[in-house]
Write a protein that binds this ligand. Sequence first.
Ligand code: SF4
Length: 257
Amino acid sequence: MSGIVFDIKRFAIHDGPGIRTSIFFKGCPLRCWWCHNPESQKQGIEQLDFKFKGSTQIGWKTTAEELLKEAEKDRPFYEQSKGGITFTGGEPLMQAKFLIETAQLFKQNNLHLCLDTTGYASTKIFQEISQYIDLFLFDLKHLNAEEHQKYTGVSNKQILKNLSYLVEKGKEVHIRFPYIPSVNDSEKQLQEMASFLKELKQIKNISILPYHKIAQGKYEKLHFENKMNGIHEPSKTEVENVKIFFEKQGFDLKIGG
Ligand code: SF4
């Protein structure tokens, strides 16, 4: 079968351990206000009109075999650095069948696999994909259900359920926390998140992804609504304080991917 990806990045070093090839799957069920890749959200190949640059095609059709061929180019680097492949997006699980087929083929070829996920899919899909994935990079954006709905367009109920499921199954999970002033930065919110993660017990690693305005130009060029006007980038000190806060609670912290 075929699926749609919109980017492949070789020599990625922020999407899991070692040197990796990151494969970006098109389509995402969330609509996060701070999304850096708004062009990735809609399913299917699309033509987008970038102001000044003109019309650009986002996404192309591909197969698991073609992706494997691409991934194989850097195998020596994966072996030297204990790296591998990261499926990211968008939300790769939006193309669950294609992702499962690809992951299965890659695993047969002894590649280390990470899945960068929003957690928003059925638990049945997580059950199936988890047999092929070595490490989940699991986004946790907000613990409050209403706030999560407001800022991402979906409830966090299923996301939290899937996170608990993976942990119970003994899968390796690293949390990715997009840290966004005035959205999820209050002391209360951070404390809630730390308590929730501590209850899950096996979670040790958290990456803080500080909000930055890098994608603002893209929103302008694409004439997409930008809801982040007035929200500032966190200062180095703010980010460092959050890092210290989680470290004091016993987690291993990283800033960035
Ligand atoms: S989950 Fe990621 S890709 Fe999807 S809308 Fe949010 S930031 Fe964008």
